[in-house]
Design a protein around this ligand. Structure first.
Ligand SMILES: [Zn+2]
Length: 252
């Protein structure tokens, strides 16, 4: 596991928090999610290069989004909720996910060698952001077409057919744990262990969007109250903006 300081150190290495004036234009409702992720990483991550982020494996992009969330919110743990799978219990409970444990699961940048049923060797590469975009652009008309496109781009070596798709998907998932991320938690009520699926990309995008909304609201309140322009408001440090906002709240 990475030391907790690792998360804080990101900012030093060229990352910046999401929340600059130009970030207010990011459209979180855009249908093209791979493009949205690339856009966020290329504007706030290091390097600031969209070609670099398109070329990264999906798991590496998810880790980078989590890193951006850590830098933006200044957090080292993610507070999450889950529901106990034990039918007799079904209790909701809260738990903390240390972000360093997520950043530690970066996929290695090398092909995956695995064996399919019947002792057939196969060599695969991990899907990249560019692959997601290409598959999306091909607009497959059926599930079979989508699977075919995926196999054609990812299988480097080995004879595979559409029937191998579930086994190949399992191999990719086990080799890239952030894509289908889950953690094992013991329910605090009944103590039964529960495997919790966590959609890290969705969580990171949702929280960055909340950050954007909160910033717009801050600008709206401060502009309405003091008559400042957007640029003047954003030039004030976030901590000081928060103090002005609480003064307005108090009716001072
Ligand atoms: Zn339970």
């Amino acid at each position: 596991m990475l030391p907790q300081t690792e998360v804080r150190d990101c900012a030093v290495r060229g990352w910046r928090p999401f929340g600059h004036a130009e970030d207010l234009d990011v459209d979180f409702h855009a249908a093209d999610r791979p493009a949205l992720v690339t856009n966020l990483l290329a504007r706030c991550g290091a390097p600031r290069d969209d070609r670099y982020w398109w070329s990264q494996a999906v798991g590496a992009r998810i880790a980078a989004l989590v890193r951006l969330l850590a830098v933006t919110d200044g957090i080292e743990q993610l507070g999450l909720q889950a529901r106990c799978r034990e039918p007799a219990c079904g209790a909701w409970f809260e738990f903390e996910l240390p972000l360093a444990s997520v950043l530690d699961q970066l996929p290695p940048d090398e092909p995956i060698r695995a064996t399919l049923p019947g002792s057939r060797p196969v060599t695969l590469r991990r899907p990249s952001g560019r692959d997601l975009s290409d598959w999306r652009a091909q607009r497959p008309r059926s599930h079979e077409q989508a699977v075919q496109a995926m196999l054609q781009s990812l299988v480097i070596d080995g004879a595979v057919s559409v029937e191998d798709a579930p086994a190949l998907a399992d191999i990719l998932a086990s080799e890239d744990p952030l894509v289908a991320f889950s953690v094992s938690c013991a329910c605090p009520v009944c103590d039964v262990p529960t495997e919790v699926r966590i959609d890290l990309e969705d969580i990171a995008l949702t929280r960055l969007q909340q950050q954007q909304r909160a910033l717009l609201r801050e600008i709206h309140v401060l502009a309405s109250h003091y008559g400042w322009t957007e640029a003047q408001i954003l030039a004030v440090a976030p901590a000081r903006r928060a103090r002005y906002l609480s003064l307005i709240d108090e009716g001072a």
